[in-house]
Write a protein that binds this ligand. Sequence first.
Ligand code: NAD
Ligand code: MG
Length: 381
Amino acid sequence: MASKISVLGSTGSIGTQTLDVARMHDLKVTALTANSNIELLERQAREFHPKMVAVLDLGAAAQLKIALKDTDTEVFCGEEGIKMAATEESCDTVVNAIVGVAGLVPTLEAIKAGKNIALANKETLVAGGSIVMKAVRESGVKLYPVDSEHSAIFQCLQGCPENSLKRIILTASGGSFFGKTREELRNVSVKQALSHPNWSMGAKITVDSATMMNKGLEVIEASWLFDCDDKDIDVVIHRESIIHSMILLKDNAVIAQLGVPDMRIPIQYALTYPERLPSPAAEPDFADIAEMSFYKPDYNTFACLAVCRQALRKGGLYPTVANAANEVAVDMFLREKIKFLDIADIVTEAVASFGGKSGNITLDDILQTDKETRIRVKNKY
Ligand code: NAD
Ligand code: MG
């Protein structure tokens, strides 16, 4: 079980819920980081007394340094500061709750420093799965999934003999636009995309849920975590988000993990594994839930899911390209520079026009491909 944690991205949706869990179980917090939200970071630092905090934005870091000068918390800045938080000497577990591929290098640094990882930052595995899993194997650290579907699968697998898994069944809520046609999606607004039926999350992942890119990223994430291929991972729409995912075993028995949609359950399991401790999340009331529904995903309307599966089958740097194109597209959509359906078109086009690279992939290849893809997409719009 984790006892001293560094929380990267502590001001976000997963970061603040991680601190709920830390508060409940008296976990020691040794480092916190944020992009630029220093008001919240200051409050967190005053409550949890970390040894250090890091802020990506240099100006915001300078302001926070002044604000925290009556405390023992040191303030660092930039990517170097976040790297220091990821490798902070006294911590045993790093919770990576950064959004986007910006989380990849801190994850690798933490693994190299011998830290266990509680990973919410799925883009880490999508863009850099091969090198991250290799680093985990070589260093012997543990990597625990925080993403609710992957935590569910991890929980379901407890006690199953090795080689008993037939397929993974990832559940998907369907996001804000389930059941809509392409025509109906043509002019949807940012506000509509951001109103998720079941989960309250950061803006990027909420848009990813609406396009179903999130499920595509999760198929790739699952392939690395559970060592399986595209064909071994089914996706089923489950509107109520009560079943967080399932495993189909070789004897066709299915094991599912259920609970209310509250990320503090998977966050806590990643921190307290294998223990089951009281949770700040509520119990489910099945009579109240009453019904659970299931549907096939619409791969034509929500093309991002199909493109991610294709990128996974192609392997190599294709998932890196899909992720980078999506990050730029979602950012442009949130700033109302492009329309909702453009996101899927951009990701599709980026993957289709990528030349690929064979042989061993290095971190430099991944970072370079990420950068080139971003430039290519930005130049077009
Ligand atoms: P969020 O936007 O609410 O928070 C992101 C955090 O990362 C913030 O603290 C922000 O300051 C920091 N950050 C942003 N850009 C950064 C950068 N370039 N460098 C360093 N720090 C940066 O996001 P979130 O919803 O908490 O999601 C975080 C990650 O967890 C994502 O990868 C997401 O896909 C994954 N995830 C989230 C949920 C959820 O319920 N929110 C569920 C499953 C997985
Ligand atoms: Mg998820």
